[in-house]
Design a binder for this molecule. Structure first.
Ligand code: NAD
Length: 469
């Protein structure tokens, strides 16, 4: 529907209400795509956004989750995650009955031809991807499927998982029906997920036959992006390779930051100078307190393990992981040495989510930093524009208070520590911050401010890769 319109007027949030004219476009596109009947197993960051966007482009989508509270909220149009634009999309598609939410997986599978698996693939303690949720979902689909299904793996999985999914589908189906398995990795970024799904850089489809590929082409027809049709193993590898490469760029910038600190150079200048080279590009070349989130740490470590298992020593990725750990440790060291004694100090922390514009706390560097400082006896006053509720579940209430504003967090604090670069912090009234802090010490893990300006404003300002030795 909106696909055609949005190609002309790119998505902005909040999105406007659907007009009668837009509804006509929806129906036109829906006809063109034949409005496929799709179920999505797993309604998390990826499943919810994919489901809502697939409905938005004209399909009939049933989103399934085993978490009853989540499903109840979604039925009322309330998103369990903070993601710009998602609630408008849910409301619109619930209203026109192209989107449903349920806990009833068998019913959803029976009513749909294409079943997306978008369940979580968390890291196991040994760093490998835990595929038990993918395996469960495949088995549940197999047990209830009564006719041909295309089973699309959208979760991030190790290469050759598709083969295992197909085996599972075949061995647990009592009717001997036909299945096609497709790998369709997702590249959306939390914080701009709706926009990313509807306007991706590419759509990757790994399949083993033309029948499945044709169905996938029809599903994605309204999305204007290069369509990469490949075999399943290659598609699975594209996802791990892409995330690992992006993490490599970040770690490269962090290694440069360490070198800059040892040579009195400025990492911001160095990465700017590099990024202007079109072969390199500026994206993901930002030094800071390390990457986190639900994807990079787990996907890099899973890729290292995948390589280990086939006797390939992926040394570069092992270094990427080490540099990331070093970046977090070096940031903590900066805080400790600036404070001299941490015990008994009150520390304001700006930013808890792993990156701005999301409330996702999975593998957030803020957790490592805050836990370390609390272990050393500090009291934390934390503020995040969106992640407070999720942060409470991860960090608890001991020796930490969750403040209502960035300024509140700084009141009488011995230092301000910046962990996540929310836009809101850039606009902070620094004079007020200066007055509010007990001492004007700012340790910035995201290089949000200009060191010279901060000095002029009277701050003792410490950042990453720009501090003189
Ligand atoms: P998530 O934890 O937010 O959501 C997973 C959901 O699946 C949960 O709500 C869970 O209750 C549900 N679930 C698990 N097993 C189920 C089952 N058998 N039946 C019904 N529901 C079930 O995870 P996510 O962040 O959406 O990630 C999903 C996958 O997508 C992962 O493999 C991840 O690596 C990948 N991915 C994530 C992102 C991202 O930015 N979050 C981006 C690209 C790819």
């Amino acid at each position: 529907m909106f696909l055609v319109i949005s190609a002309i007027f790119p998505y902005t949030t909040p999105m406007p209400k659907t007009t009668p004219k837009q509804k006509k476009v929806v129906e036109k596109v829906s006809k063109k795509t034949k409005g496929k009947h799709i179920s999505v197993i797993g309604t998390g960051y990826v499943g919810l956004v994919s489901g809502a966007c697939l409905a938005e482009i004209g399909h009939h989508v049933i989103c399934v989750d085993r978490n009853k509270d989540k499903v109840e909220k979604l039925k009322k149009g309330i998103s369990p995650i903070y993601e710009p634009g998602i609630e408008e999309l849910i409301a619109r598609n619930l209203k026109i009955k192209r989107l449903e939410f349920t806990t009833d997986l068998p019913d959803a599978v029976k009513r749909t031809e294409v079943v997306f698996i978008a369940v979580n693939t968390p890291p196991r303690p040994d760093g490998k991807a835990d595929l038990s949720h993918v395996a469960n979902a495949a088995r549940q689909i197999a047990e209830v499927a009564e006719d041909y299904k295309v089973v699309v793996d959208k979760s991030t999985v190790p290469v050759q998982t598709g083969e295992k999914v197909l085996e599972t589908l075949r061995s647990y189906n009592p009717h001997g029906i036909e299945f096609d398995v497709v790998s369709n990795p997702e590249f959306l970024r939390e914080g701009s997920a709706v926009q990313d799904f509807l306007h991706p850089d590419r759509v990757v489809i790994g399949s083993e036959n033309e029948r499945a590929e044709k169905i996938m082409r029809e599903i994605y027809a309204p999305i204007k992006a290069p369509f990469i049709a490949t075999d399943i193993n290659s598609a699975e590898l594209i996802k791990h390779a892409s995330n690992s490469f992006l993490a490599t760029k970040i770690s490269f910038a962090n290694a440069l930051a360490a070198i800059c600190e040892l040579t009195n150079a400025n990492v911001e200048e160095v990465t700017y100078g590099m990024g202007l080279d079109k072969r390199i590009g500026p994206a993901f070349l930002k030094a800071g307190a390390g990457y986190g989130g639900s994807c990079f740490p787990k996907d890099v470590s899973a890729f290292v393990k995948i390589a280990d298992e086939i006797n390939y020593d992926f040394g570069i990725l092992k270094a990427v992981e080490k540099i990331n750990e070093d970046a977090k440790a070096s940031f903590i060291k900066k805080i400790e040495s600036a404070l001299w004694i941490v015990k008994g100090k009150t520390i304001a922390v700006w930013g808890l989510s792993f990156k701005p514009n999301t409330d996702d706390m999975r593998s957030a560097p803020a957790v490592t930093v805050i836990n370390h400082l609390r272990d050393e006896g500090a009291i934390i006053k934390a503020y995040d524009p969106q992640a407070t509720e999720k942060a409470k579940q991860v960090l608890g209430e001991e020796n930490i208070s969750y403040e209502k504003s960035a300024l509140d967090a700084t009141k009488n604090a011995d230092a301000l520590v910046i962990v996540t670069d929310w836009e809101e912090f850039k606009k902070a009234d620094l004079e007020k911050v200066h007055k509010s802090l007990h001492q004007p010490l700012v340790i910035d893990g995201r290089n949000m401010f200009d060191p010279k300006e901060m000095k002029e404003k009277g701050f003792n300002y410490i950042s990453v890769g720009r501090t003189k030795k």
